[in-house]
Design a protein around this ligand. Structure first.
Ligand code: NCD
Ligand code: ZN
Length: 345
């Protein structure tokens, strides 16, 4: 059987939720990943170090004692985040980044930033301390088409931010367009991006042809195959250290997605590494998977690479139609479909 041995990957963008919901999904990520950057968009959001440490401990307590999985916590940036909050965060070993959600951009982003200049003292301090800013890069203006919101964010907001904070570490999260690939590629090495498995494996046709498929709906929304999906595949498999793994796995209960106003988020933690393997193999670039999945993110965050190894075997298996989730169900990405790579236990 064909096998690929990799250094254990890390997930640089993961939604675990909290309480029972978190308990039902956290072991999937802990099996696949060495570490994960845990998104702070709980309700209410994680806006200070004390809350981040409490959430960290809740995640660790939900894992088996022998688990070596480490959650890397993130603060949710608001108009009110102070310079002192950043100093406190940078001193806590649990906290590794700060997340910028433009207010209203996505799930639980109501407390997000409404006026970027009000965050400048915090950003100044982050630049000084080397704390990465993780960005949900979409504008929220009603008159901007949903498929253009990432590009407009880059043109109107990100370009200026990069000029004003030239040495701030920035990760443009879950990029979806050729515009984002080009922007990040042209920046200095302190600007990087994560790419999800669903944006590599799917485009807007998967979501909209033959009926609306709510389990493909996420934000930023899936774009066209050409040039966008193709540019993401090329970037992920290029070997450039600017692009690394971030699943954006975002579980929601089945009935909340299959609704007249279905929420945004694709759940991929059940088979994250296998899904990426499918995408890389499909591009004839499986040998580029380890850098993307296991090296470049750690290098960017200034953390050691994992020591442990994982094995992927080329064997066909079918993804379940659903998983238990907080007393209900979550429908995973590629539900009921076959994959050709499997992570061995
Ligand atoms: C995420 C969620 O559900 O928390 N949803 C999504 O579509 N990606 C939020 C986010 O990362 O935008
Ligand atoms: Zn996310």
């Amino acid at each position: 059987m064909e096998k690929v041995i990799l250094t254990k990957p890390d997930d640089w963008h993961l939604h675990l939720r909290d309480g029972e919901a978190m308990k039902s999904v956290v072991r999937m990520s802990a099996f696949q990943m060495g570490r994960a950057v845990i998104m702070p968009n709980l309700s209410p959001p994680i806006t200070n170090t004390k809350q981040a440490i409490k959430y960290h401990n809740e995640i660790v307590r939900a894992l088996p004692k022998e688990s070596r999985f480490r959650p890397l916590m993130v603060l949710y940036l608001t108009d009110k985040t102070t310079k002192n909050e950043i100093i406190e965060a940078s001193e806590a070993q649990e906290v590794h980044a700060v997340k910028l959600y433009p207010a209203g951009a996505t799930t639980n982003s109501d407390s997000g930033v409404t006026n970027l200049s009000s965050t400048y003292p915090a950003l100044e301090q982050m630049q000084k301390e080397g704390v990465p800013l993780l960005i949900h890069g979409e504008v929220t203006d009603n008159d901007i088409d949903v498929f253009d919101r990432e590009k407009v964010f880059i043109d109107r907001t990100l370009t200026k931010l990069v000029q004003e904070f030239p040495s701030l570490k920035i990760v443009l999260e879950h990029i979806t367009t050729k515009d984002a690939v080009d922007f990040v590629s042209e920046c200095e090495k302190n600007i990087a991006a994560t790419i999800t498995p669903h944006h590599l494996l799917a485009n807007r046709n998967h979501m909209l042809v033959g009926g609306i498929k709510p389990h493909y709906y996420c934000l930023p929304v899936l774009k066209r195959k050409s040039p966008h999906q193709e540019a993401l595949i090329a970037a992920a498999t290029s070997g450039s250290p600017k692009f690394f793994l971030g699943t954006d796995s975002a579980p929601h209960e089945k009935h909340q997605k299959e609704s007249s106003c279905g929420c945004a988020g694709v759940f991929s933690a059940h088979a994250a590494v296998e899904l990426y393997a499918e995408a890389f193999d499909g591009a004839g670039k499986i040998e580029k998977l380890e850098g993307f999945a296991s090296f470049f993110g750690a290098d960017f965050y200034g953390l050691p690479r994992n020591q442990e190894k994982i094995t992927l075997e080329k064997t066909t298996w079918r993804i379940p139609e659903s998983y238990n989730f907080s007393g209900s169900h979550v429908v995973p990405f590629f539900a009921g479909e076959e994959l050709s790579w499997r992570l061995s236990a």
